[in-house]
Design a protein. Structure first.
Lengths: 154, 237
């Protein structure tokens, strides 16, 4: 009888331990950002160059992640990249004259979108469009400009 | 074919719950120690090798991602599957084979016990449930092993290790895709082990041969199945 109890106990422990292990891996891989979709809203913006920005890239204000890129499409008329992004929390309101720019983490890191809040009293609502955007600076462009500047100096 | 006969043997009325739990104890719970131990070493080795490879690109910050992706996507399911075959698959085959050799199966049959329901099915279900659970353990302990080595032995930053896992490892594409594969590995191992056990030749050499065959064929089958499943999951087909 004792033997039976022992085996039942260890099977229970085995299952529990395994699920704790799965929980551990889950917590490590997801940022525990159980975003409630009810409170989130969508914004649109178009860029002249997104240069490697990808879907699910973070959206940040002052370095804090507040949302992610949900869709990237090419606009057939303007040849601009139409980007839509999800802001997780509807309590985070973004002024209408905010500027969106694509920045890079570190020198060769991945791209993310940064929003610089403006001073307009009017806030963007769901499906609103941010008018002012700054395209991503490609490292090649920067080098070309630097070479041009040095060439004129001489 | 044998898988088919096994699956139609799934009892409709009475399930031997106690037998299933007992088999999960023998198959799963007693395999924990070797799974955990080898996971720690696999993780440590990956950390050391990854540190060497990533060091060439001055990218040792990404070690966590390197280890987690290799373990979760490939090494976790495959290595725990292979260890599981060695530890549990051979045990099942020789146990069933010896039961057959010593006429225990005939004795049960003469007492009108349903062999499939009482002997084979609990072992099959035990394998099927245990292997994914063991893989979860393997995954976690391999990452823990890599973390400990990279922090204490290689002197890397522990925050960057965890952040790189968090940022680049996806739960659906990496963690669950890996565990999805182990479901198939469990089916394969259980079927092959029971097939060779119940069909072993009635002699001591026959049982030994049967457990060798189990180990060899299910290892090959797992690796082949892994290739097929991975190319399907990566949408190469």
């Amino acid at each position: 009888m004792l033997r039976e109890k022992n085996s039942e106990l260890s099977v229970g422990l085995f299952v529990l331990l395994s699920f704790f292990a799965l929980l551990f891996v889950t917590v490590q891989t997801t940022s525990l950002n159980f975003k409630n979709n009810s409170g989130s809203y969508r914004l649109n913006a178009s860029f002249s160059d997104i240069n490697g920005l990808s879907v699910k890239a973070p959206v940040r204000i002052a370095g804090v992640k507040i949302g992610e890129i949900s869709q990237i499409n090419l606009n057939h008329e303007t040849y601009q990249a139409d980007v839509s992004l999800i802001i997780y929390d509807s309590n985070i309101k973004i002024p209408k004259d905010s500027v969106m720019s694509i920045l890079t983490e570190g020198v060769v890191g991945s791209k993310f979108v940064s929003i610089e809040p403006g001073f307009d009293a009017e806030m963007l609502t769901n499906d609103g469009t941010i008018g002012k955007t700054k395209p991503s600076l490609a490292i090649e462009q920067v080098i070309n400009e630097a070479i041009a500047i040095f060439a004129t100096k001489e | 074919m044998f898988f088919y006969t096994l699956s139609i043997a799934i009892p409709r009325k009475k399930i031997e719950w106690y037998q299933i739990i007992l088999q999960m104890y023998y198959i799963g719970a007693q395999t924990i120690s070797i799974i955990v131990l080898s996971a720690l070493f696999v993780g440590s080795v990956l950390a050391i090798q990854g540190n060497y490879i990533l060091g060439m690109f001055a990218a040792t910050d990404q070690l966590g991602q390197f280890v987690a992706l290799s373990v979760l996507r490939e090494l976790g399911p495959v290595i725990s599957g292979l260890l599981f075959i060695g530890r549990a698959g051979s045990t099942i085959t020789s146990e069933v084979g010896i039961m057959k050799l010593t006429d225990q199966i005939n004795a049960l049959r003469s007492m009108d016990v349903n062999i499939k329901r009482y002997l084979l099915y609990p072992r099959f279900i035990g394998t099927f449930i245990s292997l994914p659970l063991l893989t979860m353990l393997f995954n976690a302990f391999a990452i823990i092993g890599a973390f400990l080595i990279s922090y204490y032995s290689l002197g890397l930053d522990k925050g960057m290790f965890l952040i790189s896992i968090n940022r680049y490892v996806s739960f659906w594409d990496d963690v669950l895709a890996g565990l999805f594969k182990t479901l198939f590995f469990g089916l394969i191992t259980g079927t092959i082990a029971l097939y060779y056990g119940i069909n072993s030749i009635n002699s001591s050499t026959g049982v030994a041969l049967a457990s060798t065959k189990t180990v060899v064929y299910s290892s090959i089958a797992i690796l082949l199945c892994d290739y097929i499943l991975t190319s399907m999951l990566m949408r190469l087909w």
